[in-house]
Design a protein around this ligand. Structure first.
Ligand code: ADP
Ligand code: ZN
Length: 726
């Protein structure tokens, strides 16, 4: 092929590669590529999607310069989105191209959606009027274009009636623009009557919605109306013709949220989560880029949608650990939302009944404004909370419900009210062992026990998904029928409940429920409608749902979360148990939360039971400060993994040796990870701990640059601000 006589100008393009900088590409004549343009470029033997960047690119030998293949007919990524990518790449120590890839994951959306074929009235009347034709004409005469199927359905006629009218020239083919994924929300569709407590908070938020960057924290008990209040800020942003993003930790399960939004704004928000059909994903992405979709309610990945003009982010349940992504690029969506607001100069609202310690400290430092909603909107009392001391009220052998809790369940049934029994453990039993030889069933690829799932007749690994049929004989000693299940999972609690209350209607809910999101939503609706007497569930049922008839929440084992050595164990337990017990009594009836524990005097349990959350926070914040833990210091974890143990350990040691010495920065490890083996990879951890003034990213970059380049079989994951220490 002949080379262009004019040397094409070059542009930097971010490609999905672990490189520090964009690559240079040539721009053929007549091709218009500006910063943010989404392009197809050759990369090795492949054609990949990339985005034209600004700033310096890698130098390339002019003879090796390759040209941009295509510039997609797609809105260019705005400067704010581009600076956001740069910022995240820098903060998480990742390649900017890999961060940009999180935006570009929907290649089907880069080309405009084709118009939809439709039919329209030509103005001519049918030759012979029949009842069916009459019904079609009643609809078609207003001149709107209809899809063939839509018109047939609306008129209640068969397709052949429509086809007949088309062949007579009464209807003619037309093209209509692609249908919006959601209708436009109306900020004034149905304004709520805010309570005396809510009004001032809403006023502050709407004020902020009109100004630039700020972070507000709505700290309000479960049922205080936090959602109702931040909807006012969303309305304000809609009035200013900007877009809003509402992040939710379990969007797939928050069907009720969508309905509530629709009640307030007359239309649903666009959803964004992993459960969407591919076609819907593409259309949402495209319409967000074009600015047609005004409000997105989504999971953490929604932060990486190509918003045309974003004006507000709300992070609901901001403390939730679901906001932390722990593979690939490790980021916390709550913190990145704040960064996005700062870059875009717009407000960010964090909402929670149990804010994270980080957020509370940020509020104390004056960086975030804390707005308190102290009472439930309905005026309903919060549930009365009590610990059940399991040392004094032990369950029967092999059982897990204390007689006290069982008694209250019976009373609640009697009153025809609902009970939630909460245990954060899927399956039947977390460990199976042989009574004869003591053999324990372990995952072959992970350092984890296999969890029995009795409904499925399998034992499986919760880390890698490895599964086997539940054996009858011990593989070690061959003895038949002597395998015992140790400890409870929710299936085992369900079995106990069935024995105790054979006539009660029970629902068992966890992520194991077959049928996915759809089924889960139906079950949750059924519970809200009173179709179950006793719900037995994991944290899936703890979050955000409104169950009007629920007046008793029983926590089967409050000690689970406190046992591990995680620095956030206390905080997590406090949040989870507050959330779970907050499911009870949201609609005025007297309600109770009963917490089974072997350590009723533990300060975390005391704080929950006394309802004195301030005591919890001040104690926890003090301990963090004394222990020099985040947010009073910064941490980053480096996890090295490899298919052999020595390879992993050696590289971890090499990293440690390569660590520079720096004022205010300490490095710990390497140590074998508590989860030493996952999916057949051996893991070692290093932990970097730094003063707030120190540059932890620079330190880690230097360490990686100084260390020998590992073999390709060795992986290093960098997790800045880690949540998990496993
Ligand atoms: P939170 O998010 O703080 O847990 P919600 O916003 O879910 O609380 O509100 C709890 C319940 O109270 C919901 O059913 C909600 O519709 C209702 N509610 C709250 N504020 C109002 C209001 N101003 N007008 C009408 N209903 C309200
Ligand atoms: Zn496994």
């Amino acid at each position: 092929m002949e080379k262009d006589s004019v040397t094409p100008s070059t542009v930097p393009v971010l490609v999905p590669m672990p490189a520090d900088r964009p690559f240079s590409y040539g721009v053929p004549e007549g091709v218009h590529a500006v910063p943010g343009s989404i392009v197809a470029v050759p990369l090795g033997p492949r054609i990949v999607a990339g985005v034209v960047w600004d700033g310096p690119a890698d130098e390339v030998d002019p003879s090796k310069l390759r040209n941009i293949e295509t510039v997609f007919e797609c809105p260019a990524l705005g400067a704010e989105s581009r600076r956001f990518v740069d910022w995240i790449a820098d903060y998480t120590i990742s390649a900017p191209g890999m961060v940009a890839r999180m935006i570009l994951r929907v290649p089907g959306a880069f080309d405009p959606e084709p118009p939809t074929p439709a039919l329209r009235w030509t103005g001519r009347e049918p030759e012979r009027m029949t009842g069916a034709r009459h019904r079609v004409m009643e609809i078609a005469r207003d001149g709107m274009a209809w899809s063939r199927g839509g018109l047939a359905r609306s008129a209640g006629v068969s397709h052949s009636v429509i086809d007949g009218l088309t062949s007579q020239g009464v209807l003619e083919p037309a093209l209509i623009p692609p249908h919006p994924v959601v209708a436009a929300p109306d900020p004034d569709y149905s304004k709520p009557d805010l309570s005396q407590n809510q009004r001032p908070v809403a006023d502050v938020l709407t004020g902020k919605a009109k100004a630039g960057y700020s972070v507000a924290v709505i700290d309000g008990v479960t049922g205080a109306g936090k959602t109702e209040v931040y909807f006012e800020a969303v309305a304000e942003v809609l009035r200013a013709a900007k877009q809003a993003l509402i992040l939710l930790p379990e969007i797939a399960l928050t069907h009720a949220f969508l309905t509530r939004f629709e009640d307030r704004f007359g239309a649903k928000p666009a959803e964004w989560h992993s459960g969407l059909a591919p076609r819907t994903r593409e259309r949402v992405w495209r319409q967000v880029a074009e600015g047609q979709v005004r409000v997105v309610a989504g999971a953490r990945s929604a932060l990486f949608l190509p918003f045309a003009d974003l004006g507000l982010i709300v992070v609901d349940e901001e403390h939730d650990s679901a906001y932390k992504q722990e593979d690939g690029i490790c980021y916390n969506a709550r913190d990145m939302a704040v960064v996005r607001g700062h870059i875009g100069k717009f407000p960010v609202i964090l909402a929670s009944a149990t804010p994270s310690v980080e957020t509370r400290v940020n509020a104390e430092r004056g960086r975030y404004q804390r707005l308190v909603l102290a009472d439930r909107y309905s005026g309903a009392e919060l549930p009365e909370l009590r610990a059940i001391d399991m040392r004094r009220h032990p369950p029967e052998r092999g059982k897990f419900l204390s007689p006290v809790l069982a008694g209250h369940v019976a009373d609640t049934l009697e009153r025809k009210e609902q009970t939630l029994l909460f245990l954060n453990r899927r399956g039947y039993a977390p460990l199976t062992l042989c009574r004869v030889c003591g053999h324990r069933f372990q995952c072959p690829d992970c350092s984890a026990w296999l969890v029995e799932h009795r409904f499925r007749g399998e034992i499986l690994c919760h880390h890698c998904g490895h599964r086997e049929a539940k054996p009858e004989a011990c593989p070690e000693c061959g003895t038949l029928d002597h395998l015992v299940a140790c400890g409870p999972g929710i299936e085992r609690i369900a079995e106990e409940v069935d024995l105790l209350f054979p006539d009660a209607r029970t629902i068992v809910l966890s992520s194991d429920l077959p049928g996915g999101v759809k089924r889960m939503r139906l079950e949750l609706e059924a519970i809200a409608d009173g179709a179950a007497d006793i719900v037995i569930g994991t944290q899936l049922v703890a979050k955000g749902h409104n169950f009007p008839g629920m007046t008793l929440v029983g926590v089967i084992d409050a000690d689970i979360g406190l046992a591990n050595g995680d620095p956030r164990a206390a905080e997590r337990t406090f949040q989870l148990l507050s959330q779970v017990t907050g499911r009870a009594g949201r609609f005025g009836k007297q309600s109770q939360g009963l917490i089974q524990t072997y350590q009723p005097d533990h300060p975390v349990l005391q704080a929950i039971i006394s309802g004195d959350s301030e005591a919890f926070y001040s104690r926890e914040i003090n301990e963090r400060e004394r222990g020099h833990l985040p947010p009073f210091s910064r941490m980053a974890a480096l996890v090295v993994s490899a298919v052999t143990r020595p390879e992993s350990e050696n590289h971890a040691r090499a990293l440690r040796r390569a660590a520079p010495s720096a004022e205010g920065i300490e490095i710990l490890g390497p140590a074998e990870a508590p989860l030493a083996l996952i999916r057949g990879r051996f893991r070692f951890r290093l932990l970097v701990q730094a003063n707030l003034q120190a540059d932890i990213q620079d330190y880690i970059r230097a360490m990686i640059a100084n260390a020998p380049k590992p073999k390709s079989s060795v992986r290093v994951t960098i997790d800045v601000d880690p949540q998990s220490f496993l």
